[in-house]
Design a protein around this ligand. Structure first.
Ligand SMILES: Cc1cc2nc3c(=O)[nH]c(=O)nc-3n(C[C@H](O)[C@H](O)[C@H](O)COP(=O)(O)OP(=O)(O)OC[C@H]3O[C@@H](n4cnc5c(N)ncnc54)[C@H](O)[C@@H]3O)c2cc1C
Length: 381
């Protein structure tokens, strides 16, 4: 028996567990270590914030999936690795040994050290923590509907933009239902750059800018947050904003314990992997999703890439166990980006082509629901 440990229940590992359930890998004992029994599907997370999708609708049940794959589950947070003894250190369990390890623990927004743990400064990840805070905010708004509330969002990439639009929709629905003025809530988005969604063609950023203007979301471009003492947010330029809550959706970052354990990482701490998804420094360790950077094919940190790595990862586990050469994986160069605008429309971006329509939203909704169905209706093994 070889011990294959899947660390983190990210998108690629969810797909791997499903595939192991369909076709088991003889001679391998599977273990999943995950902070939670469920994991959020990133494509539907903003829609869940808007109230379009239920919690169950956008979460994958890892416990069910592990049962299907005949994997044992440790619900715990990994906090370190011993690469001499091949063990994973967890918060609440004894060290867990492995022969082969695969890491899919995602990433978190880069929160300046001074803001970590600060009350009402809420990073978009870990998702379970973010959703807890969001639910508590909704509760506060529902309880004190007459109190004006100012919300700030830091980060003008796809995550920040989608969150701003979807948070506004949910809060406005809440106020409308209570027949209260919509002006009770104001939303501000602070972005360090001069253009929203800098990874996309300029039309996309300009279009979102227009949508923000139309919906009354206040945009502050070229603003880098310097100090936060809520309700005061001060930017490097001297600009000051009053905020009751500040959501943080900036550049992705990786935990320090991966590099500290001796794994090859880049300057931002992400695990460096080759074309077969194996660590450059430790060939018995794989990494996928946001936490991995393919040295020959760097891509943005996005769920679309994490999802695509599930199948080749499983294929390479099989090859490794059967003593065959591993197969290289080439992630797609161009990918479809669908950004929901929280009004039953979406902006679609494919390379240099982009547009906005209701049809794109229906398409996105169909693709996302179809993806989730794969985990709800598990096939026969
Ligand atoms: C608001 C927002 C909206 C987004 N929308 C989109 C979108 O529409 N499309 C898109 O492609 N991308 C989107 N992204 C980006 C997307 O969320 C990530 O690229 C994607 O989730 C990465 O998937 P992953 O499998 O690497 O990790 P994740 O989905 O983050 O999963 C990692 C899992 O590992 C667990 N974990 C983490 N650390 C540990 C630990 N130490 N021990 C045990 N378990 C651990 C976590 O609890 C989690 O279950 C969005 C991001 C944000 C913030």
């Amino acid at each position: 028996m070889q011990d294959l440990v899947l660390l983190g229940g990210g998108h690629a590992h969810a797909i791997a567990l499903r595939l192991f359930g369909i076709t088991p890998l003889p001679g391998v004992r599977l273990t999943l270590i995950s902070e939670n029994f469920e994991t959020a599907y990133s494509g539907m997370l903003p829609g869940h914030v808007a109230g379009i999708y239920s919690h169950e609708g956008c979460h994958i049940d890892l416990n069910e999936l592990a049962k299907f794959a005949k994997a044992q589950v440790f619900v715990d947070q990994a906090i370190g690795l011993d690469l001499q003894a091949n063990q994973v250190f967890c918060g609440n369990h004894p060290p867990l040994p492995f022969d082969v390890l695969s890491i899919d623990i995602g990433s978190t927004p880069h929160l300046p050290a001074g803001l970590v743990g600060m009350d009402r400064v809420i990073p978009a990840k870990p998702v379970h923590h973010f959703l807890e805070q969001w639910r508590s905010l909704l509760h506060t708004v529902a309880q004190q509907r007459d109190r004006p509330l100012q919300l700030g969002i830091v980060g003008g990439g796809a995550g920040g933009v989608e969150l701003a639009l979807n948070m506004q929709r949910r809060l406005q629905d809440l106020l409308k239902a209570a027949e209260k003025p919509l002006s009770n809530i104001s939303l501000h988005l602070l972005h360090r750059g001069s253009q929203l969604l800098p990874r996309h063609p300029p039309w996309v950023g300009d279009r979102v800018h227009q949508i923000f203007e139309h919906r009354g979301i206040q945009l502050h471009l070229n603003e880098t947050v310097h100090t936060v003492k809520l309700p005061h947010v001060r930017c490097v330029s001297g600009f000051e904003l009053q905020c009751d809550y500040l959501f943080w959706v900036t550049q992705a970052t990786a935990p320090k314990w991966l590099g500290a354990a001796g794994l090859a990482v880049n300057d931002a701490g992400f695990l460096l992997v080759d074309n077969t998804l194996r660590s450059l420094s430790h060939p018995h360790i794989f990494a996928v999703g946001d936490i991995a950077t393919m040295v020959n094919h760097p891509r943005p940190k996005a769920g679309v890439f994490a999802v695509r790595q599930g199948k080749p990862l499983v294929e390479n586990f099989r090859r490794l166990v059967q003593g065959q050469p591993l197969k290289p994986f080439h992630p797609q160069k161009r990918y479809l980006s669908l950004i929901g605008t929280a009004d039953d429309q979406a902006i679609a971006v494919w390379g240099k082509l982009s547009g906005q329509s209701k049809w794109f939203w229906q398409w996105k909704d169909h693709l996302d629901r179809q993806f989730m169905q794969r985990f709800k209706n598990l096939p026969d093994s």
